[in-house]
Each structure stands twice: as C-alpha cells, then as structure tokens.
Design a protein around this ligand. Structure first.
Ligand SMILES: *Cc1c(COP(=O)(O)O)cnc(C)c1O
Ligand code: SF4
Length: 362
C-alpha cells in the first residue's frame, strides 16, 4: 500500500504514458482518486495502451468529457442510507460501506462519489451507529461489508467488526466485497484468514474482470481464503473494450472456476459520470450470455444483472421489454418499469416498444 503509484513519474517506472494518459493524470486530479499497486502495475502491458489492465486503472481524458447521462449516485444509495454508509434497499440485506479507502481506484467505480474521500471514512462511533441499526432491524439476515475495500482495514478492526455483527442473533451471513485478491493478493495473509475463520459463515465476493488478472499470486490468495472455509464468489463489471467479447468472458469464467471461484454476477456498467467510454450496449451483454449458455459448465456462468434504484434486474428476456428512444426498458422485480439509458449496438438492437404513459401498467 505504501509503495503505490500515485504520480506520473512513478508510473514511468512501468510504462511510457501516452499523451492522453499524461494529460488525464493531471486533469483528473481532484476529480477522482488515482493509485495503482506495484503488483497490479506489473500486469499492465507497457507498450499497448489498449491493455485491459491498464484501461481499468490509468485515466483517459474521456473521463472528463461531458457525459449526458452520467450521474453521481445512479442507485440513489445516499437516499437509501438510513444511517451513514449503510444502504438498506432490500429488506433482508444491507450493504455496509465500512471504509472509503481502496488499494486501487478503478476508473469505472460505482462509488466514485465516495471512494478515497475523507468524509466517507467511518469513525468508530459511526460504525457503532450502523451496527445498532442492524441490531434494531430483525429482518436483516445478510450483512455485506463493502466500501471502498473493507480489507484495507487492519486485522484488529476487522475482528472487532465481525465480533460485533456476530453478536446480533438475526445476522446469518456476513459477506465481504473486496478487490484485494485482484489488486493486492498479498493482503490475504494467514493472519487475516485466521480472523475470518473465527466468525463463520463469512463469504467473500471478489472482483476479477479479465483473465490476465488470474495470476499465480491471486490463485494463492484465493486458496488461503478457501482453506479458511470462506466460499469465494466473483462479480465482474462488463466494460467496453476490456471484457465485452465472448472469448474474454469465457476465458475469465473458465479461469475463475479453475481457481474454485464461483462466477456470481456480471454487472452492466452503471451510469456513473465520466464512464461513458466504458459502457457497453445491453444487447452485447445478452449476446455474450447467450454464447456461454449451453457451452460452458452451468456453475461457471454468472447472472447478467443491472442494478437500479428499484433493485437488481436480471438482464434476460423475462424482464427486458425492448428499446424506447431513451434506452432499454425493463420490468423490475418489484413491478416498476425502468428505462436504462444505454447506447444501441450497430446491429441487432432490441425491438422498439411503446410504454404506457402512466408507469407500471405492465
Ligand atoms: C447488490 C446489493 C446487495 C446484495 O444483493 P445480492 O443480490 O444478494 O448479492 C445488497 N444491498 C445493496 C444495496 C445492493 O446493491
Ligand atoms: S475496488 Fe471496488 S470500490 Fe474500490 S475503486 Fe475499485 S470498483 Fe470502486
């Protein structure tokens, strides 16, 4: 963590930045955090600026283009937070952002609005307040620790948090969402695993996006988690030019199960401001899923999901209604109609639909 790359000069030890990358490093200062671990930097292609690793972590000036549909908080997470950093949008589950720090700041991050920001760090009294909320709501069975990256916290703090949550009878499952196995697998120490093992059932969902990330170091980190009895799942974000083709997605899913990681979700990229250049048409995602179905072991296939303020919507024919001039229309699992602004593909766009003028008549 101390050796992270945080300046153009430090990046030059690894690659020669393009003119656009140099300009973007300067111009995004104060707009969005930037840092890369030396381990993750070692996976970057030093000569190919289209490298899938590089594109996830080195900024481009495209991030600063006016983004007509980009939002700061597309899932209305702030509105769904009864106390600071605790998002309660599903009855039985909460997403608890226990820190705002990450080892690397992914350029497409869903929580760009908060990651790395001091005001979203959690003091102990704020953590206690969130824990008290969970304790006071018996319907919450599943606590998802997220952030930021919860594994940036030290072992003592993680142990304290898990002990507090385990003391609440109605909390069945504790999940940790962390990109550490991908960005800094050395963080998955035996000491950390010993802490997690004390508080089972603890699950970890990590976030591999590309087969190049499935290294021996990452595999060893996953092995340590599995040996501590922690089931490991994976959430991928579909990213234009990074993993939005059948070959890459197949290789990723095959590699994940070889490491004994269960592919869980493939997320449609959110409408985060400054990420338009990374968003893929939903039709392309559906085509990738169709190509995997029937040709890849069932448990190697993730579910393709769009997160909305009304909950997650599986991007399948059951939920998708078609295209309107504004984007892709779908039914949510709660019966609302949601229209996701989304670029149409060059060919094979979904059929057009006309929506009833008043909301959720379907
Ligand atoms: C995605 C999400 C969860 C977890 O949902 P699962 O579908 O159970 O993985 C919980 N809370 C919030 C706010 C979420 O966005
Ligand atoms: S690790 Fe996760 S929370 Fe942190 S910057 Fe990347 S996507 Fe965002």
């Amino acid at each position: 963590m101390r050796h992270r790359i945080r300046s153009e000069e430090a990046l030059r030890d690894w690659l020669e930045p393009t003119a656009d990358e140099s300009a973007a490093i300067e111009a995004t200062k104060g707009v969005f955090q930037w840092s890369i671990t030396p381990y993750y930097a070692s996976l970057m292609d030093p000569v190919d600026p289209t490298c899938a690793i590089r594109r996830q972590v080195v900024p481009l000036t495209d991030e600063l283009l006016p983004d007509g549909i980009g939002l700061e908080d597309p899932l209305e997470e702030v509105a769904n937070s009864p106390v600071k950093n605790l998002i309660h949008n599903y009855g039985d589950r909460v997403a608890f952002c226990v820190t705002s720090q990450c080892a690397i700041y992914c350029r497409y991050c869903l929580r760009k609005r908060m990651v790395g920001e001091a005001e979203f760090m959690m003091r102990k009294d704020e953590l206690r307040e969130a824990i008290a909320y969970i304790a006071a709501h018996p319907e919450i069975r599943d606590v998802l620790l997220t952030g930021g990256d919860p594994l940036t916290l030290g072992e003592a703090n993680i142990d304290w948090l898990l002990t507090e949550l385990r003391a609440i009878d109605h909390v069945d499952i504790i999940r940790i969402g962390s990109r550490m196995p991908v960005k800094l697998p050395q963080r998955i120490t035996p000491e950390l695993c010993a802490v997690l093992e004390k508080h089972h059932p603890v699950w970890v969902n990590t976030h591999f996006n590309h087969p190049k990330e499935l290294t021996a170091e990452a595999g060893a980190a996953i092995d340590r988690l599995l040996r501590a009895g922690v089931p490991v799942g994976n959430q991928t974000v579909l990213l234009k030019g990074i993993n939005d083709d059948v070959g890459t997605m197949r290789a990723l899913c095959e590699g994940l199960v070889r490491m004994r990681i269960r592919p869980y979700y493939l997320y449609q990229a959110q409408l985060i401001g400054g990420t338009e250049h990374l968003r893929t048409p939903i039709e392309i995602g559906m085509r990738i899923m169709a190509a995997l179905q029937g040709t890849l072991t069932g448990f190697a296939i993730p579910r393709y999901i769009l997160d909305t303020p009304y909950g997650k919507v599986p991007l399948t024919r059951d939920y998708i209604l078609g295209r309107t001039p504004e984007g892709v229309a779908m039914k949510t699992t709660r019966g609302e109609i949601w229209v996701e602004a989304n670029p149409a593909p060059e060919d094979g766009a979904l059929p057009e639909v006309t929506l009833p003028f008043f909301g959720s008549a379907l």
